[in-house]
Design a protein. Structure first.
Length: 276
């Protein structure tokens, strides 16, 4: 009976409506991406002039685009591209930002002042605008967009981690580790960082959400995965002029983008409620 009560308490703490909804929606998207790796009904780049702008049917469950390509096949491929770019963006932004935030928050002093002024200067610009600047200096493409967005996301993660390290660096367990002779790196990575992982995880999920929107925005502008390969933002850009004549063409990529954003938003909110 006691074990059942403890298990029920554990399930109640770590499972809430937001977490459940987020897991379901994100699971559907990940399943689509996984299926798209091994199977698509049609070649995403295959054009068919006789099948332009067809509506929803058994042959094309999301219709076809203005070049006769199957929208569902392109959505499967484009979802993979968007998730890869979003994951790479968060990995670069969170990894580098966490390192900068940890070092500046732990050591403080002139190093903290210099780095925070640089971070503040970058933070003053929207991430998409920063990414556009970086891309213009190099070239357009999937990996270029990933790196550009990753750099643009560094300031937000750095500020969050820094504030947590400022809060934790003088706590009793840190002082105890110093007295026992632990090195600075050991204190940073084995003592303080595990205690901020909850805040960091929530920030990563929110960052993933923002990365999906940023990638879709850049692809909409024609920066990112280049034709004939699919990306959700580019598909929306191509479909806007057919919004009324072929609504299925717009709805496919639009709904998938909304589900991606909702899924990771719910997961982030669920993690935040667990921490609270």
């Amino acid at each position: 009976m006691r074990k059942f009560s403890e298990r029920k308490k554990f399930m109640g703490k770590y499972h809430n409506a937001y977490m459940t909804a987020g897991c379901i929606i994100t699971g559907i998207i990940l399943l689509m991406v996984l299926v798209g790796i091994f199977f698509t009904p049609y070649d995403p780049t295959q054009m068919d002039a006789s099948a332009k702008l067809q509506g929803i049917s058994l042959r094309h469950i999301m219709g076809t685009d203005h070049m006769g390509r199957d929208v569902f096949s392109r959505v499967l491929y484009g979802s993979r591209v968007t998730l890869i770019i979003a994951a790479g963006t968060v990995a670069i932004g969170a990894g580098t930002g966490t390192l900068i935030g940890a070092l500046t928050g732990f050591y403080g002093g002139i190093f903290d002042e210099i780095m925070m002024r640089i971070i503040d200067a970058l933070f003053a610009f929207p991430s998409v605008l920063l990414a556009l600047v970086f891309v213009s200096l190099f070239s357009t493409g999937t990996y270029e967009v990933m790196i550009a967005l990753g750099i643009a996301f560094i300031p937000s993660f750095a500020r969050i981690v820094r504030s947590e390290f400022l809060r934790c660096r003088n706590m009793d367990y840190v002082e105890s580790a110093r007295i026992q002779g632990a090195s600075d790196l050991r204190i940073i990575f084995l003592h303080i960082l595990p205690n901020v992982r909850g805040v960091l995880l929530s920030s990563v999920l929110i960052g993933f959400n923002n990365a999906v929107l940023a990638e879709a925005g850049l692809s909409y502008l024609g920066i990112g995965s280049q034709p004939p390969y699919a990306s959700l933002g580019k598909m929306l850009s191509d479909a806007q002029q057919y919004m009324f004549s072929a609504p299925a063409y717009v709805l496919g990529p639009g709904i998938v983008i909304i589900l991606m954003v909702l899924g990771f938003s719910f997961l982030g909110e669920g993690v935040r409620k667990v921490q609270g």
